[in-house]
Design a protein around this ligand. Sequence first.
Ligand code: ADP
Length: 622
Amino acid sequence: MKTTKWKEAIILTLRGYKFWYKIDKNIIIYKILYAICGIVSPYTTVYISALLITGIAEGKELKKLFSYALAIVGINLIMSFLNRMCLRKINASQNFMWEKKEIFFNSVNMSMQYEHLENPETYLKRDRIFEAQNANGFGTWMLLWHIEQFIRGIFSVIISISLSISLFILKAPGTYSGIWTLINSPLSVIVVIAMIILNIYINILTVTRQSNFLYKEIEELQNDNRIYKYYNEMLENYNAAAEIRIFDEKSLIEKSWLNIYVHPKYMTNIIKYYRKTGRLRVLTTFFMNITLYLFIGAKAYMGAFGIGNFVLYISTIERFISAISDLFQTVSMLSSNIPYLRDEFSYLDMPNNMYQGTLKVEKRAFCEEGDNDYEIEFRDVSFRYPNTETYALRHINLKFKIGEKMAVVGENGSGKTTFIKLLCRLYDPTEGVILLNGIDIKKYDYDEYMSIFSVVFQDFKLFSFSLGQNVAANTNYDESRVIECLTKSGFSDRLAKMPKGIETCLYKNFDEEGVEISGGEAQKIALARALYKNAPFIILDEPTAALDPISEYEIYSNFNRIVGNKTAIYISHRLSSCRFCNDIAVFSNGSLIQRGSHDMLIQDENGKYHELWNAQAQYYTV
Ligand code: ADP
């Protein structure tokens, strides 16, 4: 790894710990404390034991020796008490860490700029994060699992070095000849230190290579997991089940699965590679150990230190060797974790480029004596979706007042939904400006602005919650208003058959007594949800596309009656559904090309409306 990469690794790792600290500071504090307790005990035991042995050898008084023994027992008792306390605290926090992290990630997802959510790259990234997490606990989890080892490794190395430093300084008394002179000379110290440095270098080298290799192999594992997930999701889906049977797709699926699925070689590859690169590490560690033991043995033999220090050095060096190897293993895991941390933080850091205004939206439409004087204006608005070349909307100029009903019609792909997405600020225009009462909508507080719209999208979603919660979009709701909205949307007959009324859960995901609902019933619930929000603007964006034109017309005109004097925008590619509207805007290829009532537009025989009307009229009686 180059130095810049180490720098990035340190920054990302520290940020990861900060992330956990923010989620639950107890777990980080107690894990660090637990790690420190875990090393204080063995090192103090070794150190005081060495003093005890020296004391015995030097014939020190019994009282002194007894105090050493008492210190060992006392420190061990305190440490084991602290250890148990930390473990209790860690376990208590750890049980909720998964949920806390999920809640954090989901909350980021739910407030992310809409543009990112429509970008498939965002989903791939999120999938990659979860796959890495499930495959081997990579990402921020890895930091949490390895914090104790990491802290213990660092402290052990530092304490070992400080306890054994005198080994290199102490000289044997008297004069020696031959090989013994060498042991007493600075050269032997240089050789021993060089062996330690060589060992560290080989460790760093192999660890870096191993982590790069591991990342490559895990990528393959993730790819397999993705394929598994796709096939499992597809086979769980009712619609797919019907299609598989009707089109006899079983063999297509089995063959395509076999074609793309890479057989799991990664585990064997990883083990083989680790064994290969590990050999060099084992070899240098072996020579380092021999050199160290010879050095300590020879110095003790020559009388550089007594039996107490001999025991101290041997135990400390043993601990140093195992600590350094553990530390490298931890560093290896942490460095192979860096690409996953990068993924995770780049997901959390997705920028929100939408201008967040501060102006309050006057709730004029809500108050009885309000003047209803809202006006929306599109002023020369053009829009291109991110990363696309073609404009989905071009030079749209349009005004409408609150309390009015407007229909937006046009063929599929003409830009109707895009028009709504811009109106609701899911995207900002590429060019031009949208004004509410003469003020750029970007200047309004985003949440405030969103609160004035209620939209039923074509692919609306209901959740596996109770019917009441679905309608109110909240856990607390006004029961009578929920029932009123469901009645208005035509759901009352079905509601009467619901086992627990509005408390009935939709779908069976979380409740065995949950009910399955048909597409038409779901639409009525979605319409009731739009009514419950009681927003001044209501928009229906073809939620009825699956219905036949006559039923769609009935729903649209009924809805028009229900919404009363609210502003409503109806979107459809079926012209017949919107003919009740006095104000019809015709979109074609991203442009607004005609506007007027049905009677007015139909008279222009060369116009798009006339052309579409006649083309569609053959499918139903008007
Ligand atoms: P309509 O609602 O009239 O069917 P849309 O507004 O959905 O049309 O689409 C207008 C154009 O924008 C189409 O060419 C469509 O392919 C394109 N489009 C819609 N959504 C996206 C998107 N998320 N990314 C890129 N292009 C899109």
